[in-house]
Design a protein around this ligand. Structure first.
Ligand code: C2E
Ligand code: CA
Ligand code: CA
Length: 744
């Protein structure tokens, strides 16, 4: 069946369906002890129809008999009632009985009396809610018809009102029950049940809503079944487009896009507006036709429930989301802050403690063992913390692998946190040891907002993380001011970089055998506006931690290579330049390509550049970094291992590392001038370097004696104040002019 066929079919279905009670007659009871009256009435009304429906006459000869008929047929619309029957006031007694019976309240009564003398008092008429009163003489055919029409119309209205009233009561009950359901999904499920109950059908239905928030997808929403009951139960969580019954899918989609409800003969598709641009649609199937009165009811229900839906969203859902971490089902950051504020109010100088605990190397665990395993680690960590730090302590999840604990100093302290993770965790049958780092802050600073204490704890945690694994750091004022000044420094550094107040100086490197200049090392300088120099040992680590080093490094290499180009052209055609590179730069997969590109842009051959990496960096180098170095070396660039002798590199590691030079650290070089014993270590290291086939450079040579000793022990090259200080480019050009030609 083609789509257009579908549409036609649906349109057919959507023709307004006339109410089925067309055929249902109005019941009219004639209560009179006079057979003639029955006869006349039947003759007068027998073939009439009122408001599109025929009349059906019922007959009673006495008040008692009438009562029996009324009990059997509660939906009698009108009674044509004689006042005098078995007794003088049998009619009025019957009225009494009818009006005291709640279920007959809507039945209209037309009194007929034989003579005007028997007419009831006005008072009686209003008391008994008698709708009309005629003498028998007045009951001509046309008059009777007019009276009956009025009575029936008002009966019909009363019945409808009643149904509405009942419906409204049901809606109120339904709404209340729905409001008690936590979450949109439960609400939607309740909705199906309630609609089905309202219409009096079995709960066969489904509810669709936007799976994503509007605006996230280009073409509106991806609708999804969020609740389903009865025959539709298997459709839960399916996309609207996956619903096989095209009519249902169409009806739902139309309700969602037109934001309107539509009730059919055998189904109701109801739209519930939530926020301005959201809503959901419910489809309920009905085995029997849905009468118009119920259709009206559903309309009222829809608009009424929209309010409930809003409440569900705003109150229940948001409230829960606001204070509970969904994934782990525990308090979240907001809940923690509320708790911190509460405690601060109760005991502003108490011995409360806040700790932030962060799983060490969680990102690596997640990467290597997979996200599922990572989730297990988080769950296990949360469980361990909650087991160890029980009420009145509070454990909350802050974000990712960071948890917070608020407690009392006696139970919550660096020691107890450490102990908490002493034992391994059983994860997927494996005993997995886990360590955490923690930042601890004592809540004794008076009344401060919880968020501020939390910031302090984060600061301590950051420091703990920076100092290695399983570290616990307690917040102090010193820590804070140190961090603050670092933050200021980074800010200044950024501005200096942007304002081009950073520059390079160059320190010559001398070949000890020939005493000729073989290269220069580029060193970064930062001069403040007032002339103060900030040492690189201070600002380089900040640039590294903040990531600024990446941009800085790129800029610096370009500067260095342009300077090298000028130097080679003006003073020393064979000059080589060494540039220091940080671990973070080297780890970037595009590092080697970037360097090679910079070289070719500056017109520098690859073998005129040397990359200096520190020994500790070299040790911690992963595959990407080694790959970068290999690529560069393959291109002709050389690699020097800086500060050698201060780190922990193993021989095996050194062998693996693609390097050309070893730069013996200044602290070791110094020892060369202090006699044989002290020189043992540098001597061994120099020998080691030579053994590995590397060129060995002595750093920080300040005296001729050291240069001589280094040379005697087999150092190939040297660098230090004895030969030259780091100099700006112009100064270097002048300095080079005083030297022997540069050796290649
Ligand atoms: P480094 O790479 O070991 O640089 C050598 C340091 O020793 C330089 O300090 C230099 O000025 C100093 N020096 C040279 N000869 C002597 C001497 O005879 N006696 C003494 N006492 N010191 C000497 P500087 O320029 O302060 O650099 C310090 C560190 O900062 C460098 O150590 C390097 O690790 C880092 N650094 C400097 N510039 C850069 C750069 O452009 N990039 C990166 N990533 N790090 C850099
Ligand atoms: Ca260096
Ligand atoms: Ca060094």
């Amino acid at each position: 069946m083609s789509d257009s066929d579908d549409m036609v079919f649906i349109d057919d279905e959507r023709q307004p369906v006339e109410e089925p009670d067309e055929a249902r007659p109005w019941l009219v009871l004639v209560a009179d002890d006079d057979d003639g009256v029955h006869e006349v009435t039947r003759f007068a009304l027998g073939t009439m129809s009122i408001l599109g429906r025929p009349l059906a006459l019922l007959h009673a000869r006495s008040g008692a008999e009438a009562l029996v008929v009324l009990r059997q047929q509660p939906d009698i619309a009108v009674i044509l009632l004689d006042v005098v029957m078995e007794s003088d006031d049998a009619g009025l007694q019957l009225v009494d009985a009818i009006r005291s019976d709640q279920s007959l309240a809507n039945t209209r009564i037309i009194l007929r009396t034989g003579q005007p003398g028997h007419a009831p008092e006005t008072e009686t008429i209003s008391r008994y809610d008698i709708n009309d009163y005629k003498t028998k003489a007045e009951l001509s055919e046309s008059r009777l018809f007019a009276s009956l029409t009025m009575a029936i119309r008002s009966y019909d209205q009363l019945q409808r009102l009643d149904a509405h009233r009942r419906g409204l009561e049901m809606i109120v009950t339904a709404s209340n029950q729905l409001n008690a359901k936590p979450g949109v999904r439960a609400f939607a499920e309740g909705l199906i049940t309630q609609i089905a109950a309202l219409v009096g059908v079995s709960a066969d239905g489904l509810v669709c809503a936007c799976a994503e928030k509007p605006g996230q997808t280009t073409d509106g929403c991806e609708y999804q079944v969020i609740a389903a009951a009865g025959q539709f139960a298997p459709l839960i969580h399916h996309r609207l487009s996956e619903i096989d019954d095209k009519r249902i899918a169409f009806a739902l989609r139309e309700a969602l896009t037109s934001r309107a409800s539509h009730v059919d003969r055998l189904s109701a598709t109801l739209f519930f507006a939530k926020a301005d641009d959201e809503g959901f649609a419910a489809y309920i199937a009905s085995a029997q036709p849905i009468p118009p009165i119920d259709q009206k009811l559903l309309e009222v229900f829809c608009s009424n429930i929209a309010l409930c839906a809003k409440n569900v969203d705003l109150v229940a859902e948001l409230r829960r989301d606001a204070f509970v971490d969904r994934q782990l089902g525990m308090p979240n950051r907001n809940a923690l802050i509320v708790e911190l504020n509460r405690r601060a109010q109760v005991a502003p100088y108490g011995d409360g403690v806040l700790a932030i605990v962060d799983v060490d190397q969680f990102a690596t665990i997640n990467d290597i063992l997979g996200q599922h395993y990572g989730d297990l680690v988080l769950k296990a960590t949360a469980a361990r913390l909650r087991e160890r730090f029980v009420h009145p302590a509070l454990v909350a999840r802050l974000a990712g692998d960071a948890f917070a604990i608020v407690g009392q100093r006696a139970e919550l302290n660096p020691e107890s946190i450490g102990n908490c993770f002493a034992g391994p965790f059983a994860l997927m049958g494996i005993q997995q040891p886990l360590s955490v780092s923690a930042g601890v802050v004592y809540l004794n600073g008076g009344f401060r907002p919880g968020a501020e204490y939390l910031a302090d704890a984060y600061l301590a945690l950051k420091r703990a993380k920076a100092s290695g694994l399983a570290q616990i750091v307690t917040y102090t004022a010193d820590l804070a001011s140190e961090v603050r000044s670092r933050a200021r420094l980074l800010d200044d550094l950024r501005r200096a970089f942007e304002g081009e107040r950073l520059f390079l100086v160059y320190q010559p490197q001398i070949d000890l055998g020939s005493n000729r200049v073989v290269g220069v090392e580029a060193l970064l300088r930062w001069r403040l506006a007032d002339g103060t120099m900030i040492p690189p040992a201070t600002f380089i680590p900040i640039a590294e931690q903040s990531g600024l080093i990446i941009d800085l490094g790129r800029w610096l290499l370009r500067e260095a290579m342009q300077a090298l180009h000028r130097l080679r052209a003006a003073a020393a055609p064979e000059l080589r330049m060494a540039v220091n590179v940080s671990a973070m730069e080297l780890r970037r997969p595009d590092f080697a390509d970037g360097v090679l590109r910079t070289l070719s842009e500056a017109g520098i051959p690859a073998n005129a550049l040397e990359i200096e990496i520190t020994e500790s960096l070299a040790v911690g180098t992963g595959e990407t970094s080694i790959q970068s170095l290999a690529t560069l070396r393959a291109g002709g660039t050389t690699v020097a291992i800086d500060d050698f002798g201060t780190g922990y590199s193993s021989l095996a590691y050194l062998e693996r590392l693609p390097a050309d030079r070893l730069k013996i650290d200044r602290s070791l070089v110094d020892a060369l001038q202090h006699g044989d014993r002290a020189a043992r270590i540098p001597r061994t290291i120099i020998a080691l370097g030579r053994e590995l086939g590397l060129r060995v450079v002595a750093e920080g040579v300040e005296h001729q004696s050291v240069a001589t000793a280094a040379s005697l022990l087999g150092c190939h090259e040297a660098q230090g104040y004895h030969f030259a200080r780091p100099m700006p480019e112009a100064e270097l050009v002048a300095w080079l002019a005083t030297r022997q030609p540069v050796a290649g």
